[in-house]
Design a protein around this ligand. Structure first.
Ligand SMILES: [Zn+2]
Length: 286
């Protein structure tokens, strides 16, 4: 979306809201976000209450963009800046909001991107928090599971490898001479099976000072995806293992969305419901 269309859309909160609502409710058909029932009644505060399960909801309940206190205009401005890869500190200045608020918004967008991934459920099972409405994972993630990278016809695919852990990667390195290199704490490898590289992040990949990941000229270095993605990881200047999968999925989308309207893709992802992983308690408020 060019800046002229964008400008007319964010001109008023009403227009901004309408743009987002179109992603939320297909053909304006509303339903209960909890039980999918289409029968409800209006409450005096503007919300609706489901006739079947008595859940009270508004248009953005349980969706990613309900996290935080942004107005629709603020979300659209944030998504525009995010799509353009404007540094978060600059976004905070331009929007006149705190850096902490911008960090939280960026985290929410990354979780919305991850929710669209085909392997999202497996990534959640590995301990990544889907978003609001889910209990925070019990244990802190020290080692991210391993991902396999493959690029086919200018499309990059970063697959979670559910049966591989950091120790397997080290085992292949030490016993089968799998070559490894690193960018910060992130370690990537020479080809493995049909993947051009394996990639993971965390202290388990750095068990002893003499184990280094400094092999050069790995085949993945020659791919278009890795040359832009490696630069993006370098610009982060440090990344926690618990956030690695979120960044990897963001960079995968950025690469694959080349030529498409990333802003609209992000807006649509933000309007999706946050996946719920556990049985919920019956409650009429969110
Ligand atoms: Zn319901």
């Amino acid at each position: 979306m060019n800046i002229f269309s964008f400008n007319s859309m964010v001109y008023s909160e009403k227009r901004a809201c309408k743009f987002l609502l179109d992603f939320c409710w297909k053909n304006h058909q509303r339903f209960c976000p909890r039980c999918k029932c289409r029968e409800f009644y209006r409450l005096t505060d503007g919300r609706r209450r489901c006739k079947r399960c008595l859940y009270s909801f508004h248009d953005f309940s349980r969706r990613f963009l309900n996290r935080g206190a942004f107005s629709c205009q603020q979300w659209l401005w944030f998504l525009k800046f995010f799509a353009l890869e404007i540094p978060l500190a600059s976004i905070a200045t331009e929007m006149d909001i705190s850096y902490a608020t911008v960090l939280k918004a960026a985290d929410t967008v990354r979780r919305a991107i991850l929710a669209q991934a085909l392997d999202a459920e497996k990534i959640y099972a590995a301990g990544i928090w889907p978003g609001p409405g889910n209990p925070l994972p019990d244990k802190k993630i020290f080692d991210v599971p391993v991902f396999g990278i493959i690029e086919v016809e200018n499309m990059a695919i970063c697959d979670l490898m559910p049966n591989l852990q950091a120790e397997h990667l080290l085992h292949y390195k030490l016993n089968f001479y799998l070559k490894t290199a690193s960018v910060g704490q992130i370690v990537y490898t020479a080809p493995y099976r049909h993947y051009q590289a394996l990639i993971s992040c965390g202290p388990g990949l750095w068990p002893m000072p003499h184990i280094q990941h400094k092999d050069r000229r790995l085949p993945i270095e020659g791919t278009a995806f890795w040359s832009v993605t490696k630069r993006r990881f370098q610009q982060l200047r440090g990344i926690s293992a618990s956030h690695f999968a979120l960044y990897l999925k963001e960079f995968e989308l950025r690469y694959n969305a080349h030529g498409q309207d990333l802003f609209a893709i992000l807006a649509q992802a933000m309007c999706a419901f946050v996946p719920r992983l556990v049985l919920e308690k019956r409650s009429s408020v969110d």
